[in-house]
Design a protein around this ligand. Sequence first.
Ligand code: C5P
Length: 391
Amino acid sequence: MQGKRVLLIVGGGIAAFKALELVRALRREGATVVPVLTAGGAHFVTPLSLSALAASPVHTDLWSLDEGGGMGHIELSRSADLVVVCPATADLMAKMTTGIADDLATTLLLATDTPVIAVPAMNVRMWTHAATVANVATLRARGVTVVEPDEGPMACGEFGPGRLPEVTAIVAAIALHFGPKPLVGRHAVVTAGPTHEPIDPVRYLTNRSSGKQGFAIAGALAALGARVTLIAGPVALATPPGCTRVDVETARQMAVAVEAALPADVAVMVAAVADWGVIVSPAKLKKVEGMPRLDLVENPDILATLGRAVDRPGLVIGFAAETEATIANAVGKRATKKADWIVANDVSGDVMGGDANTVHLVTAEGVEDWPTLPKAEVARRLADRIAQELA
Ligand code: C5P
């Protein structure tokens, strides 16, 4: 981001205070931040704090002669390398969608041909309202990057999607925009998360996979410019920017989704696919009927099928989560599943669900031991290796 000029539009929501932190983070990365504060935003943060942190005057008024003599707003948005709207309120996005330009921020957004990243934050009901859903879809179709909000407790006491993402995630979305794109024109298929294998209409078998590592890899590949199809088992994670997500429940559904996503240049099978499915009871099993018998059936091995497929991606990568003999098992798995690489990890600690991972990359050349790293960093390194391999 060194030397890049970011026009930051701060909308009126409780999350506006996090925009202050964003200003600091962007400046630490070397960007120049030019802040624009809406009237709503000024209820939550002061122009003075925004200006002090950005080390730049704050622009607030469309009609101010001091702020560029009438036409200043055109210049303001065009001179930026990127426009970031954070927080992007439901109101701001609705105005962006319909082309309303009734204040400085909305006029800048209408007058610019600079790329725009919107970081929404709002009450869960506002986020899930059909109007907002339609507006977000329209903005995305027009090329605006709308970052997926986080899910969690909200200032209003409700719970759900609509929270502003962590500042590090916002910076990552912005870095993605500016970074090198060696994977442009490449298609990556990534599986992530666990699968649910239904037992009856209300119960299922599953495992402890959180999906964090697979989602991070999908995001890291998208950050390098790849078109990413992220096939996700049931997880509560936001879709990383730039990924097309296909949600599935069972291993069989995942296998079908992977096949449908081909052809691809690279496949990274990170999902902890259940090895066995259950012959599903059409009715809920009743305790009074005594101990049930679960008949298991072997699930398709998606990775092994892919390794042998006619339209096999040029680079097929599997994961091997082990609790013992990690490397020996991974080396064996690479051969039996006809994968090019296996990323082996010891999951006897709290890897599943945790934020760090210690992996070994097993390739035809041998085994590389990577240090313990945050899952996001493992993802970045793997994506870089993939880019080198496909170069
Ligand atoms: O044999 P194991 O399950 O340990 O192999 C793990 C690797 O195989 C992972 O890459 C996982 O995504 C993949 N796998 C699969 N389909 C299965 C089981 C595992 O794609 N049914």
